[in-house]
Write a protein that binds this ligand. Sequence first.
Ligand SMILES: CC(C)(COP(=O)(O)OP(=O)(O)OC[C@H]1O[C@@H](n2cnc3c(N)ncnc32)[C@H](O)[C@@H]1OP(=O)(O)O)[C@@H](O)C(=O)NCCC(=O)NCCS
Length: 163
Amino acid sequence: MQRSQTVQTRTSPANDEALQIRPVRRGDLDQVIAIDATVTGLEKRKYWLSVYRRYGAGGQPGAQFLVALLDGRVVGFIIGEVRDWEFGSPPCGWVFAIDVDPNARLGGVGTRLLQVISDGFRRVGVRKLRTLLARDNTLILSFFRSQGMMAGPLIPLEMELEG
Ligand SMILES: CC(C)(COP(=O)(O)OP(=O)(O)OC[C@H]1O[C@@H](n2cnc3c(N)ncnc32)[C@H](O)[C@@H]1OP(=O)(O)O)[C@@H](O)C(=O)NCCC(=O)NCCS
């Protein structure tokens, strides 16, 4: 109930020309780091600088690091890349991070970010999109499900490595 009230009182940036999606720039990083810190509770400046070098402008081919701006302010980001023949699969687009500023959620920003990164993958011939998510993160699961994503054929495995 609370959620639909919030939606009704907001304009939808997805249909608003004020929402811009573009590749990240070095000057956006402080805002990206701040959004991540708000969502995860940790400020990881060194990590973000290395992500920027790998996936930002001039990074590896097939990599995309996009930001969403509302009235010139970064309100979200998405990061992904094309992985060729990993896990025995033909090239596919992987999304490995998406975050929207809690104050800008439920207005279509996440949807636009996913659309634009998918367009980028399509342009390089990729026809499948994948992601991994924590089993208990129902928010991100609801979001990806709303975008048409469903359980895929791979299962993650892990074990402890004794030191
Ligand atoms: C998931 C997230 C990216 C969604 O961004 P957003 O801009 O709010 O998404 P949208 O407004 O485009 O929502 C699209 C759809 O997702 C679903 N959805 C989004 N938020 C939801 C919520 N709180 N509860 C249930 N469904 C939700 C809905 O189906 C929604 O469509 P609707 O508004 O027509 O019902 C954002 O909530 C976020 O950043 N969450 C934290 C992400 C995270 O945990 N990242 C770390 C792992 S990568």
